[in-house]
Every structure is written in structure tokens, then in C-alpha cells.
Design a binder for this molecule. Structure first.
Ligand code: UD1
Length: 425
């Protein structure tokens, strides 16, 4: 198991580049199931979750070729789903990545059947998929839960009006992919407005889908008989960008975060400004300048454009060294404060009461050995380690590798001292 050894206490300087978005790449890879023609994707980030999705699609029969390795280290892939052999997503893959459930909508829409393992709970919460099932049922699918699998069948899905009980990102994406090949019009109300939903919709539209309103809370999809192939560049990862902005906000310095775009980042930008960080946007990205200890910030996580739950841990680290007390409430997932205990080991003063954390800013953190518990918690710990005096070791960084492309190299290029230690089996 790899771990990071980080020597903190240095400001960050230079330029850092953001990769393609994990949460856009995963549904867009699944969109290849909707057509027999090739889908060519660029800016595909080299992440463990992308590797898992490729494995899942390939074992179903999709052919995936690497067209080229881009100059920035990302990949251009060509996916062809013209000879599917296995319309199943097995437990072994779904249990390692819940986003595997995104094959359900497209498989059912194009092939009329799907067998997908029911995802279990995960470290940050229960995360049921009842809304995916409810929406597909409204579109005429017959769904049974048997032996831990979602067994879905439909001769042809038909358009329906669906109101989801809560805003769900992958739920909206699954239903949108199912609806593009359904007969008639589907309306999804209370739809997720996340930029990744828009990126998926744009790719589907290029493939021939008729979708209106992506990026609003009402998405209207007029079903078509078939989709073709296309080329699409995955959008930049707003969470990776936000993580780098927080790293500079906490460790200090002056860095250009290339490809970061403030209109994609919702409330994160405002919170960083409130923390006293200077942000300058240009065509290249966002330049972040942090010259003093941050000011405290209060926030509640919310669906886009509210403050992303995926930024909560990183912003908590920034507030842990603020000049004052911050109050942070997590509203999306029930168990997403696991980084708190580890941040305390580095000297942070944080009290948790239910879904709220009270963070009393301290002047310094100090290096210690800590453990990563989930993807974004790990990012929060890396930022804390960049601030902390002395050496920090972060165990279990396989969580980080799920969603960050070569993080140690990227941070190394802006002056951070991050070493990956690989333990031989
Ligand atoms: C996606 C993101 C994840 C992010 C999350 C919230 C991907 C691959 N992952 O996850 O990084 O943290 O959005 O922004 O895009 N819920 C139900 N029933 C459902 C669906 C959801 O109760 O059928 C609940 C969830 O338990 C959670 C909330 O709704 O409390 C939002 O979850 P959702 O938006 O679906 O998260 P994901 O799409 O899994």
C-alpha cells in the first residue's frame, strides 16, 4: 500500500495544471454504451476510478483503445460498444466504485436489459440508489432486486415525468442516459445542476440526443431511435482545481491553477475570498495569492451551485489554521467528517456535534502519521500536511489515487515536498 511522506511549512509557487474531471469522465465513458459507433474522448484523467470503469466496460464487451497519450499525460481514448457480450456489472467491480451503477440506464435503454450489482453503503454514508430505480420504473422498466442485483428489463423505455425526492447527481445522469433512447419525452424535475451533468449532456447531444435544460433543475429529453459516435473533450476537474486553491490558501504562496474556471466552482470561490485569499481569473485559469493566515469561514454543503460536499474536507483544513472559529455543516452525506480525527492528530482543534463541526483556528499544525479514509478526506489531509511543520506520513493513499491524477508530481512542481513511498508486497 502506497503512502505519502510530506515535509510541510513551505509556501507554494508556480503553475499547476488541472486534469479532466473524474465525475464527468465516469458517466461519459458509460455513454459509449448508447451507440455502436466509436466515441473518442480526450482529457481522460489517469485515475484509479477511470481504470475501474474501463475494466467494467471491457468485461461487458466494449473495445477501448488508447488513441494517444496527450502532452499533459492524460489519455485520448476510443470506445466502441458494437459487440456487447455481457450485460452485467458484477459485485466485485461495483463494490470498489459506486459510480459503476451508471451503466444501468444506458444498458437498459439500448439493450432492453441489465443486471447491475446493488451498491452497498460506503465509508461516507449509506448512499442508496432508490431514485435511479424509481425513475427507470416510471419509464416502464420492470425492476427486481434479486440476490443483491438490480435486474432490469424493458422492451423499450417510454418518456415519463420524474420528480426526484432529492437532488442526485448520478441519478440525474443515469435517467438522462436512459431517456435519450426512450420513446417520447422525459422530464426530470429537481434535476442536479452540477457542471458534470452539463458535460455529459453536451456529449450526448453531439451523439445525436435531444436534451434541453441541462444545468437547470428541469431537464427535458426527447427520445431518439439511435445515437451515433462523436468526439468529446472532458471538462476540467473543478474539485481538483478547488483542492489546489485550498492548498495555496492554507500553505500560502502564489500559484496559477491552469484550466480552473470560477463559474464551474460554485460557492467555493466565494468562501476562499471570504477567507481573505486573492483570486484573479484569466483565460489560463485562476491565480491564487495567499499572504496571511486565512480568516474563518462558515458554510453548509449543498447541491450545485452551493458549496460542494466534495470540497468540505479541504476547506475545513483551511479553516483549521484560520484566525478565529469556523462553523461547517455537512448536509449531503451522513458520515463525512472522518478527516476530523486525523486533522486533530496534526494539532487542529475541531469539535463535531452531529452534522456540524466547530473549527477553532490554530496558528500552526505539526506533522504526524495519519490515515486517509476516503477520497476527499485524503485531499484535506494532504493540504494539512503541506501546512504542518515537520514530517507527515499519510497512509492508504489509494483513496487519493481514485480521484487525483499524479498529485505528488503536480504538487512537487509548485514547490511542495511530497514523496510517494511504495511498500513491496
Ligand atoms: C456524486 C459524485 C460525488 C459527490 C456527490 C454529491 C459522481 C461519480 N460522484 O455522487 O463525488 O460527492 O455526487 O455531490 O459524480 N440519494 C438517495 N437515493 C438515491 C440517490 C441519492 O437517497 O437514489 C442521496 C445520497 O445518499 C446523498 C444525496 O442523495 O445523501 C446525494 O447523492 P448523489 O448526488 O446521488 O451522489 P452521487 O451521485 O452518488
Amino acid at each position: 500500500m502506497d503512502r505519502f511522506q510530506i515535509h510541510g511549512g513551505r509556501p507554494l509557487q508556480g503553475e499547476i495544471s488541472v486534469s479532466g474531471a473524474k465525475n464527468a469522465a465516469l458517466p461519459i465513458l458509460c455513454a459509449s454504451l448508447l451507440s455502436a459507433e466509436p466515441l473518442v474522448l480526450s482529457n481522460v484523467p489517469r485515475l484509479r476510478d477511470v481504470g475501474t470503469m474501463k475494466k467494467l466496460l471491457m468485461q461487458m464487451g466494449t473495445r477501448i483503445e488508447t488513441v494517444c497519450q496527450q502532452a499533459d499525460g492524460q489519455e485520448q481514448l476510443c470506445l466502441t460498444s458494437d459487440a456487447m457480450t455481457h450485460l452485467q456489472a458484477p459485485y466485485e467491480l461495483v463494490k470498489t466504485m459506486r459510480a459503476s451503477v451508471l451503466v444501468l440506464g444506458p444498458m437498459l435503454a439500448r439493450f432492453g436489459e441489465a443486471l447491475v450489482s446493488l451498491p452497498g453503503g460506503c465509508a461516507i454514508g449509506q448512499r442508496p440508489v432508490d431514485q435511479h430505480i424509481k425513475g427507470l420504473t416510471a419509464m416502464g422498466a420492470e425492476i427486481q432486486i434479486e440476490h443483491g442485483y438490480i435486474k432490469a428489463q424493458a422492451k423499450r423505455l417510454r418518456g415519463a415525468r420524474i420528480v426526484t425526492d432529492m437532488v442526485t447527481v448520478t441519478g440525474t445522469e443515469n435517467l438522462m442516459m436512459a431517456a435519450v433512447l426512450a420513446e417520447g419525452t422525459t422530464v426530470i424535475d429537481n434535476a442536479a445542476r452540477e457542471p458534470e451533468v452539463v458535460d455529459l449532456a453536451n456529449c450526448l447531444i453531439r451523439m445525436g440526443a435531444r436534451i434541453e435544460g441541462a444545468g437547470t433543475d428541469r431537464v427535458v429529453i426527447h427520445g431518439v431511435d439511435r445515437l451515433g459516435g462523436t468526439q468529446h473533450a472532458i471538462m476540467a476537474d473543478r474539485i481538483e482545481a478547488g483542492t489546489f486553491l485550498c492548498a495555496v490558501a492554507a500553505a500560502g504562496g502564489d500559484v496559477l491553477v491552469q484550466h480552473a474556471q470560477s463559474d464551474m466552482m460554485g460557492a467555493t470561490i466565494e468562501k476562499l475570498r471570504e477567507a481573505g485569499v486573492r483570486l484573479q481569473e484569466s483565460e489560463q485559469g485562476i491565480r491564487v495569492i495567499a499572504e496571511s493566515r486565512p480568516k474563518p469561514i462558515n458554510f453548509r454543503t449543498a447541491p450545485f451551485p452551493g458549496l460542494a460536499t466534495d470540497m468540505q474536507a479541504q476547506l475545513m483544513t483551511v479553516s483549521s489554521i484560520a484566525q478565529g472559529t469556523s462553523i461547517i455543516t455537512e448536509t449531503i452525506f451522513e458520515n463525512r467528517f472522518m478527516h476530523v480525527q486525523e486533522l486533530r492528530r496534526l494539532g487542529a482543534e475541531i469539535e463535531v456535534d452531529g452534522h456540524t463541526a466547530v473549527v477553532k483556528g490554530v496558528a500552526d499544525l505539526s506533522g504526524a502519521r495519519v490515515m486517509a479514509t476516503d477520497l476527499r478526506a485524503s485531499a484535506g489531509l494532504v493540504i494539512a500536511a503541506l501546512v504542518a511543520k515537520g514530517e507527515t506520513e499519510i497512509d492508504r493513499i489509494y483513496h487519493l489515487d481514485r480521484g487525483y491524477d499524479r498529485m505528488e508530481q503536480k504538487l512537487g512542481a509548485i514547490g511542495a515536498r511530497v514523496l510517494r513511498l511504495t511498500e513491496k508486497a
